[in-house]
Ligand binder design. Structure first.
Ligand code: SF4
Length: 335
């Protein structure tokens, strides 16, 4: 390494950082004291400062972190008995602007670095063994491609999280889905579709990075063929907008022959005055049945206070609403 130390020091540090959740050089007790002090002076190991926590009734934890330049990002830890899933942000803000997402409304600030992405997971490791990571927090991961891929590889190699347990959720940035397919990774690709036609999708996801639903599905078909991995299509159900029988038939037609499953997410409104509402149970059942009759595998999110598989933004709104309801908040100087 460039500090004049033998190369095994790097392995020692990686063990402390990635496996033992030590984020302070003082705690890296098998490194020489002088080296630890130099590390502390010349490199800060911490990019993230925790500023806020909200805990839901089911134990799900929402964390807000301040970055070194003052930007604030959100991370979610979802416990499952003795292990946990972390939902990470890949950007501060987001350029995509999905209509039901608070992040989308507040605009884009900047890309996160690989270190800032990975550190979100490291911060959660003391809570429980992290076995799954989903890129569904703030930002569009495929618009921060290099950093996200670097983080994916670090999480896989250094923390030992299985590639299949890493899920990358995108609104469908076609050229980068193709790049990702060429990497031949075994990670899970989730595509937020939300509509089976371009006109409605454009209303719900008014991004400048626009690809037709046919282009997106076509490249997902190729992705599945190249990687042998089933693609998940996320579909947030919004009453009166995208939940009709004809939309279900359209979706079934669109996805015919694609190695995929559809994840139906009944929208979770903040309150009765929310612009969007979930369909009633009958409409949800009908939508699901029509897809299943067409041979498509469908999952529906079980009602948990906070749902790890919700599309990005939707998840955050769930968190916000749940956090507000339970009113348990430990503020430590959030802006
Ligand atoms: S839902 Fe995701 S992609 Fe859409 S605006 Fe929000 S953060 Fe961006």
């Amino acid at each position: 390494m460039s500090m004049g130390e033998p190369s095994f020091r790097g392995c020692q540090m990686a063990q402390w950082l990635y496996r033992k959740s030590v984020r302070d050089t003082a705690g890296m007790t098998d490194l020489p004291v002088g080296f630890r002090q130099r590390l502390m002076q010349e490199f800060g190991l911490r990019n993230l400062t925790e500023t806020l926590q909200q805990v839901a009734g089911d134990g799900t934890l929402k964390l807000a972190f301040r970055l070194r330049d003052g930007e604030v990002i959100e991370t979610v830890f979802i416990p499952h008995e003795d292990r946990g899933t972390v939902c990470v942000s890949s950007q501060a803000g987001c350029v995509v602007g999905c209509v039901f997402c608070a992040t989308g409304h507040s605009g884009y600030r900047r890309n996160l670095t690989p270190g800032e992405i990975v550190e979100q997971v490291l911060c959660c490791q003391p809570l429980a063994r992290v076995t799954h990571v989903v890129f569904m927090g703030m930002g569009e991961p495929l618009l921060n491609y290099e950093a996200v891929l670097r983080a994916v590889r670090l999480l896989n190699h250094e923390t030992g999280i299985g590639m299949r347990n890493l899920t990358l959720s995108t609104v469908g940035i076609v050229p980068n889905i193709r790049r990702l397919a060429a990497e031949k990774l075994q990670l899970t690709l989730a595509v937020s579709l939300h509509a089976p036609d371009d006109e409605l999708r454009q209303r719900l996801i008014p991004t400048q990075h626009r690809y037709s639903v046919k282009e997106i599905v076509h490249c997902c078909r190729d992705y599945a063929a190249q990687t042998s991995r089933r693609v998940t299509f996320e579909y947030v159900l919004l009453a009166g907008l995208n939940d009709s029988a004809s939309r279900a038939r359209q979706l079934a037609q669109l996805l015919r022959g694609v190695l995929c499953n559809v994840n139906l997410i009944p929208y979770n409104p903040i309150d009765a005055s929310d612009d969007y509402q979930p369909p009633d149970a009958t409409s949800i059942r009908r939508f699901q049945s029509l897809l299943e009759e067409a041979g498509i595998t469908v999952t529906q999110r079980r009602e948990r206070g906070l749902d790890i598989d919700a599309a990005c933004g939707q998840l955050r709104r769930r968190l916000n609403s749940t956090g507000a309801r339970i009113g348990l908040m430990i503020a430590r100087g959030v802006r």
